[in-house]
Design a protein around this ligand. Structure first.
Ligand code: SAM
Length: 256
């Protein structure tokens, strides 16, 4: 039973961390003309309205994109993608990761996007229609294992589960190891929440013990977005991190 809906959290501090690193990676990787594959296991609906009742109910974007935009340079790839989005969809629009990717990629690049929730999937399909993306109503890891190695081979995968059940944490290290064996040149980027319970700690320990190549592990801390909220930070574990991403990560640490 899927109950998570990202509209309640879109644009929060964790989204800013994840999306800024994602856009920076895509910016580095599109400097070469060669085409890319972009895969995403847990896509969400891709386009969010921050003036919707759901977004306003939690107010999470206030502490995220609203408070943090001015801390980025206006030519940061994340801000450039959001500016382009808002020119098309209005000032209250916020892009999820699939749309940020599409706004950063070229017509020769290929997108494979999985989303299992029926309504979220339909919304994803509607938004991504004009971006030539293949959308799968399938478990994200099943899609990723079936598509890897993708064609073109150069590329990046974002893994951004909702961590609704504890077994999500347990399954991730072996899924990533298997994906890396199939696609050893792929950039594989995992996002995880830092909760007051430290639920991520065993998963990160296992990921580190796998000795995957060129890992960038980056975490930021922030105050809970409202009283009693259990998320106090955001983490990214990136395999085959593009050259130069550590500098981007350091400047993000300053922003939070
Ligand atoms: N990556 C998106 C972004 O940054 O804009 C947000 C994704 S949200 C955190 C996680 C999404 O995964 C939800 O929309 C949920 O419906 C979907 N989901 C949950 N379990 C899934 C599964 N097994 N396979 C694919 N999607 C799943």
């Amino acid at each position: 039973m899927l109950s998570y809906q990202h509209i309640f959290h879109a644009g929060n501090p964790a989204d800013v961390h994840k999306h800024a690193l994602l856009c920076a990676m895509l910016s580095y990787m599109t400097r070469k003309d060669k085409p890319l594959s972009y895969l995403e296991t847990h896509s969400g609906r891709a386009l969010y309205d921050l003036s919707s009742s759901e977004a306003l109910k939690t107010g999470e974007a206030e502490a995220g994109i609203t408070a943090l935009t001015d801390k980025f340079a206006p030519d940061h790839p994340y801000i450039k993608a959001l500016t382009a989005l808002r020119e098309q969809h209005g000032q209250d629009a916020y892009a999820g990761s699939p749309l940020l990717a599409a706004l950063s990629l070229r017509p020769t690049d290929k997108l494979h996007l999985a989303e299992l929730h029926p309504q979220e999937h339909q919304a994803l399909r509607d938004t991504m229609r004009r971006h030539n993306a293949k959308c799968y109503k399938q478990d994200g890891f099943e899609m990723a294992q079936a598509v890897c190695p993708p064609e073109p081979r150069r590329g990046i995968m974002l893994i951004d589960p909702s961590y609704e059940i504890k077994s999500d944490y347990d399954a991730i290290p072996s899924q990533i190891a298997k994906l890396h064996r199939k696609w050893n040149v792929g950039v594989i980027a995992l996002w995880y929440p830092i909760l007051t319970s430290d639920a991520h700690v065993p998963m990160v320990r296992t990921l580190k013990a796998q000795n995957l190549p060129n890992v960038l592990h980056h975490e930021v801390s922030f105050p809970p977005v409202r009283e009693g909220h259990r998320m106090i930070g955001s983490g990214m574990f990136i395999v085959n991190a593009p050259y130069g991403l550590d500098a981007e990560a350091k400047s993000l640490t300053q922003i939070f």
